[in-house]
Write a protein that binds this ligand. Structure first.
Ligand SMILES: Cc1ncc(COP(=O)(O)O)c(C=O)c1O
Length: 429
């Protein structure tokens, strides 16, 4: 198929709201494990896509999907073993009080439902989010995504706190956690004084959009305490950080010793199949049950949950949580070593298999490289056969977030490609 003609047709029919990665759009036709292939047969190491969590087209997931699709697909108003079993298995990965699971199709739906739960449970309306965060695309959760929503249109019930960024932010010393939490506490006090006490704070446990970030010690626990003291609940948005991605723990919030009131999850749950969930305490779900109840036509159907159970089987069978601990540590060390050789890498941020390279004009000023420069650099990395993405408040960060079976050898391949691309970029300037 002619890629130029496909691009023309895409623009004609899909219109202007979609963008694509890289200077030349990539037409992918096949995936297997951590590898994908383009229409010209070129192979790429996928260091970007976390949705195919256990690897592209994992045979166990494909088999489970096909088997269930050939047998029955129906909705959650009927009894079905797949649905109940996936709920039980997910709840078992969380602290015991988080005992009630509701299925949806996307991370946006999960966060939308979570905010509804929190508002009904607390009786408050206002919400607290991190500057630059992204929590989804419905009317409600896009407003809760300051990185993507026009600043001048922010609703009066929304308050924004700064990201706990120890590289670019106000605080970076040993007391950074305490100071960021204090600054957030002032926002919470002010909103309460203005008659807008928080219903809820949403927090992405890897701060992907303004990061990725590893929050300083003593930040999240203090912050959760302040939100709760003001009458609000805490939603851990684990759409990015959950499912073993950060190594050591199943969920991102577990790195900070806190227990949220509601956990949302999505992207990696179905290895590419749309599947997401909200898990909360029974008393919180009971309020919604009394007032509106909940139904989602496709969320948690037997085919989706067949995929979801197969993903959990693979994580268990292939020991992926333990493997991510080792490969994530190796990836971090490899990127740190690269930073020693390229002055444009200001900092290596993130955790486990979710890493960022914050790129700067010079390390002294920390002036960020532009989004345009990042497009060029990520294109050069793709030309070297590795797919990465971008992130950060200025779009200045190279993001690596590969499928979980990513190994130490793959980390070496990725680092070699970034090394070459940064060298080529420096020569071009
Ligand atoms: C942290 C976070 N939450 C929620 C979402 C929304 O998920 P979805 O695109 O599945 O609706 C995203 C999507 O990128 C996300 O990064």
């Amino acid at each position: 198929m002619d890629d130029t003609e496909l691009l023309r047709r895409r623009e004609a029919v899909l219109g202007p709201c979609y963008f694509h990665f890289f200077e030349r759009p990539l037409h992918l036709v096949k995936g297997e494990g951590v590898w994908v292939w383009d229409s010209a047969g070129k192979r790429y190491l996928d260091c970007y896509n976390n949705v195919p969590s256990v690897g592209h087209c994992h045979p166990a997931v494909v088999e489970a999907l096909c088997r269930q699709a050939a047998e029955l697909n129906i909705n959650t108003r009927y009894l079905h073993e797949n649905i109940v079993r996936l709920g039980e298995r997910l709840v078992a990965t969380l602290p015991p009080e988080l005992d009630t699971c509701m299925f949806v199709c996307t991370g946006s739906e999960a966060n939308d439902l979570a905010v509804q739960l929190a508002r009904r449970f607390t009786g408050n309306h206002a919400c607290l989010v991190t500057e630059g965060a992204y929590h989804g695309n419905s009317e409600l959760v896009l407003q809760l995504s300051p990185g993507s929503y026009p600043r001048e249109e922010r609703p009066d019930w929304l308050r924004v706190i700064e990201p706990p960024d120890t590289y670019r932010g106000r605080y970076g010393g040993a007391d950074a956690g305490e100071r960021y939490a204090e600054a957030a506490g002032e926002v919470i006090d002010a909103m309460t004084a203005e008659g807008q006490p928080p219903a809820v704070m949403l927090v992405d446990s890897i701060w992907d959009a303004p990061g990725p970030l590893r929050a300083p010690d003593g930040y999240l626990d203090r912050l959760c305490g302040k939100v709760r003291a003001a009458g609000g609940l805490v939603i851990a948005d684990e759409v990015q950080s959950g499912y073993c991605r950060l190594g050591e723990h199943w969920w991102g919030f577990q790195h900070y010793g806190v227990t949220p009131d509601i956990v949302t999850m999505g992207k990696p749950m179905g290895d590419g199949h749309p599947l997401a969930a909200v898990i909360t305490r029974r008393e919180i779900a009971e309020v919604l049950a009394r007032q509106t109840g909940y139904f989602n036509t496709f969320g948690g159907n037997p085919v989706s949950t067949a995929a979801g159970n197969a993903v959990l089987d693979v994580i268990e069978r292939e020991g992926l949580l333990e493997k991510v601990g080792a490969s994530g540590a190796h990836l971090t060390a490899t990127l740190e070593e690269l930073a020693g050789r390229h002055a444009c890498i200001g900092a290596v941020t993130g955790r486990g298999l979710f890493q960022g390279l914050d790129l700067v004009e010079d390390r002294g000023s920390k002036a960020p490289l532009t989004a345009g420069a990042l497009k060029r650099i990520t294109t050069l990395i793709a030309e070297e056969g590795v797919l990465v993405g971008t992130s950060g408040v200025h779009g200045q960060t190279i993001k690596l977030r590969p499928p979980l079976p990513f190994s130490s050898e793959h980390a070496e391949i990725a680092a070699a490609a970034i090394d070459k691309a940064l060298t080529r970029y420096a020569e071009e300037r």
